[in-house]
Design a protein around this ligand. Structure first.
Ligand code: GNR
Ligand code: NI
Length: 175
């Protein structure tokens, strides 16, 4: 007992790893992603957050975990090599946050509905149609795999304001 690995730190922007494009998970990566998934859920539930992408914990794999119900009735999802296959013309705006930009929130406009293809933990090909919070979360997480943060969807002015505020708040936190 008590041989659980230490919990994974979540990288904070501006960290170079958050700007990199992750690479597809290959069959030979099985041991690595299987070890990583429970540690990603642990970091996500602790935060707490509703999603986490592997680049946020320093992994270069195209791997995402999501749980929109991180409280009592958990509904964990693992998405390997997720791809957006289709998006709706209709857009939706909602407030987003990101564990890599702690304490920062902004309204982000994205397609209201998406169809996502991915491999599940058993290696089965899955198709998922989503709207609402799940659609936003899927796009937010897949963005992370491409080195994109929610602030990259905002105007330069708003993005700079948020990045400066984050830096300032983190500076104060360390005093
Ligand atoms: O916890 C999170 N909440 C959230 C809210 C709206 C849209 C996306 C998200 S994902 C975020 C966790 C995170 O940073 N995932 O990368
Ligand atoms: Ni995020």
């Amino acid at each position: 007992m008590s041989d659980a690995p230490p919990s994974l730190p979540i990288l904070i922007a501006p960290h170079a790893s958050l700007k990199q494009r992750a690479r597809p998970v290959l069959p030979s990566d099985a041991a690595e992603w299987r070890a990583l998934v429970p540690r990603m859920f642990d970091a996500m539930y602790r935060a707490p957050g509703i999603g986490l992408a592997a680049p946020q914990v320093g992994s270069r794999l195209r791997l995402v975990v999501i749980d929109l119900m991180p409280g009592e009735k958990r509904e964990p999802m693992v998405l390997i090599n997720p791809e957006i296959m289709a998006v709706s013309a209709e857009q939706a705006t909602r407030e987003e946050g990101c564990l890599s930009l702690p304490g920062q929130y902004a309204d982000v406009t994205r397609p209201a509905e998406v169809r996502v293809r991915f491999l599940d933990e058993a290696g089965a090909k899955r198709d998922l149609s989503a709207e609402g919070l799940l659609a936003a979360c899927l796009q937010h997480e897949i963005d992370h795999l491409d080195g994109v943060l929610f602030v990259d969807h905002l105007s330069t002015l708003k993005r700079n304001m948020i990045m400066r505020r984050l830096a300032k708040e983190l500076r104060l936190k360390d005093l």
